[in-house]
Write a protein that binds this ligand. Structure first.
Ligand SMILES: [Fe+2]
Ligand SMILES: [Fe+2]
Length: 366
């Protein structure tokens, strides 16, 4: 990881953990030492963090990626009215500890520290002070999210790792947008071209899955992890040939068998990935297994039921697949898809989850 990103995440882990421990606890001491170590990696003379609009600028360069930690540090600093922090050479452990504690405690201002300067960036344009944009007010743009997902997938090959932090950011953005958009169907994107299907579909499945999960009371970190796992449900398609995936006509038996391998490929690939919970390979493996244990791959053979998160993703996956126009068929109307899904309730889909899902859609349709 880049040293500056490493510092941001170590620092934010220390900030979020410090409320759990007393300041004398060795776990806090450990986290503060790590933060200082990560900071020293960056400290030639001075290490400077600035927030301009929703951008985090580190040593004059905009920091991309960094996921939730980047978003959280922006939020935390803004709450303190701070948009610039300079760390100076010679900073000590007690100082960084005090700074972590002060940032973590709501309602507490920052003090003065010998080697940390915190304040506001004052950018004046034609006499107008540019106010920092509240991250909660960011406008959600599905197309932008899809572009990010596309970048992450394009940069991945079977030999290169996915940028998980980039995906975290995507998920954090659309979770934030749910509260502003009552019609959930508006959150979903139509597919502009056939080649965009993979990314658009991944994004839509994640949005629909997170919406279901949220309505069932799943929240915070678990919700984010689930959103990322849902985004990666078809990661195994990276290993299936493009000719088969984009084929315009019907697939023959051999081609269909190839497609059927994507859950296994995906699970294997994701299981090896650092910074990813076990949920991602489980969902990748199980999303084409049906509620009654049929489906693929090798469904039902181990006698285990699908994980409930895979059941949720299976619902989103089926719905989005039929909603989208594909080379071999037109898109289906929402009502027609729901009717088919209800017909298969109890066999293909968990009836309780399906009820909940159709309830969510009804609000959007009426
Ligand atoms: Fe799939
Ligand atoms: Fe899928």
């Amino acid at each position: 990881m880049e040293p500056s990103k490493d510092f941001i995440s170590t620092f934010m882990v220390a900030v979020s953990n410090c409320l759990l421990y007393s300041k004398e606890h060795e776990a806090f001491d450990e986290l503060a030492k790590k933060t200082l170590g990560a900071l020293e990696e960056n400290l030639k003379e001075q290490f400077e963090i600035m927030i301009i609009d929703d951008e985090l600028i580190v040593n004059k360069k905009s920091l991309r990626g960094g996921g939730l930690h980047r978003i959280n540090i922006i939020k935390r600093l803004k709450r303190k009215g701070v948009s610039r922090v300079d760390f100076l050479k010679g900073i000590t452990l007690p100082e960084i500890k005090r700074f972590i504690v002060d940032i973590s405690e709501p309602g507490k201002g920052l003090k003065s520290y010998p080697h940390i300067r915190a304040g506001a960036v004052d950018i004046r344009m034609g006499g107008l002070k540019m106010d920092a944009v509240d991250i909660n007010q960011l406008v959600f743009s599905p197309q932008e999210e899809i572009e990010k997902v596309k970048d992450v997938f394009h940069s991945a090959t079977p030999f290169r790792k996915l940028d998980i932090a980039g995906l975290e950011e995507v998920v954090a953005h659309f979770i934030g947008s749910f509260r502003k958009e009552a019609n959930l169907l508006k959150l979903l994107s139509p597919i502009k071209s056939y080649s965009e299907y993979t990314y658009t579909h991944a994004t839509n499945v994640s949005i629909l899955s997170v919406l279901q999960a949220e309505s069932l009371g799943i929240k915070d970190d678990m919700l984010h992890e689930f959103g990322i796992a849902a985004l990666l449900h078809d990661a195994g398609k990276l290993f299936v040939s493009k000719e088969i995936l984009d084929k315009k006509g019907k697939l023959d038996d051999w081609e269909f068998d190839e497609i059927k391998k994507h859950p296994l490929y995906g699970a294997r690939y994701l299981a090896k990935m650092d910074h990813l919970t076990r949920l991602a390979p489980i969902i990748a493996f199980e999303h084409h297994i049906k509620y009654d244990g049929t489906g693929y791959p090798g469904a039902g053979s181990n006698g285990k039921k699908q994980h409930i998160c895979s059941q949720i993703v299976a619902i989103s996956d089926f719905f989005d697949a039929l909603r989208s126009r594909r080379p071999y068929r037109e898109s289906w109307e929402t009502k027609k898809i729901i009717a088919l899904m209800e017909k298969n309730s109890g066999t293909d889909f968990n009836p309780l989850l399906l009820n909940n899902f159709t309830g969510l859609l009804e609000t959007a349709l009426n």
